[in-house]
Design a binder for this molecule. Structure first.
Ligand code: SF4
Ligand code: SF4
Length: 209
């Protein structure tokens, strides 16, 4: 539900920005959920908002994969700034693999990044992911739920985020500490166990209707 709300919010903003630019006399197009002509995570990465993590989503240092994106392309001349790369997130994902561990469809790779369409990133089996959503009858999101970057924006987690950006040692420790304090599986998986869900196939699970 929260994802849907944020797709709607991002779409609303993108449509308004595009209309504003058109009113200035320049071409502009909003790219919003179900109406994309660009790959939004790659555009956001090129804009310096974050990096593409192991689960194939844009991850920002502050919010991890908990972001939904709207894009506006335009002919309006703009002043551009330098793209800031954050290699610490790539390093964290290289050693973490927590999302791949909990993915019921094995859609997330355990391997290193490869060159895909001239971009070095992790290969995601989006068809396997979507097939699982169809079996479940709803979105899955276990990868987002279990990601250490998904923790709330508070003092303690922000201190850890600071350390993670500065030290490889802290990154390795943070992966282990995340397992220790939050477990290796997302809370939704524990809830599913408790609600007596049964496996469908390939490790996927669905509610016993
Ligand atoms: S769970 Fe770990 S490997 Fe997966 S995206 Fe998050 S940090 Fe990267
Ligand atoms: S949403 Fe679920 S099935 Fe899809 S990649 Fe994430 S964990 Fe795997």
């Amino acid at each position: 539900m929260e994802s849907a709300h944020q797709y709607l919010a991002a779409g609303t903003i993108a449509v308004q920005v595009a209309q504003f630019i058109r009113n200035l006399g320049h071409a502009a197009r909003a790219h919003i959920d179900a109406n994309y002509r660009v790959v939004c995570p790659l555009v956001a990465r090129d804009a310096g908002l974050g990096e593409i993590g192991r689960m194939g989503l844009l991850m920002t240092p502050e919010l991890g994969p908990r972001v939904r994106i709207g894009v506006v392309t335009t002919s309006l001349p703009l002043v551009t700034d330098e793209r800031r790369r954050d290699y610490t997130m790539i390093d964290f994902c290289t050693h973490c693999r927590k999302c791949a561990d909990v993915c019921p469809s094995q859609a997330i790779s355990f391997d290193d990044r490869t060159e895909i369409d001239a971009v070095r990133r992790w290969r995601i089996d989006s068809e396997a992911c979507f097939t699982t959503w169809c079996k479940l009858g709803t979105d899955c999101g276990r990868c987002v739920a279990v990601c250490p970057y998904s923790h709330p924006d508070n003092l303690l987690h922000n201190l850890v985020r600071l350390g993670v950006r500065r030290s490889a040692l802290v990154r390795r420790a943070a992966i282990r500490l995340d397992d220790f304090f939050y477990g290796k599986r997302p809370p939704s998986a524990e809830l599913a166990d408790w609600m007596d869900v049964e496996p469908v196939s390939d490790g996927a699970a669905a509610y016993d209707r």
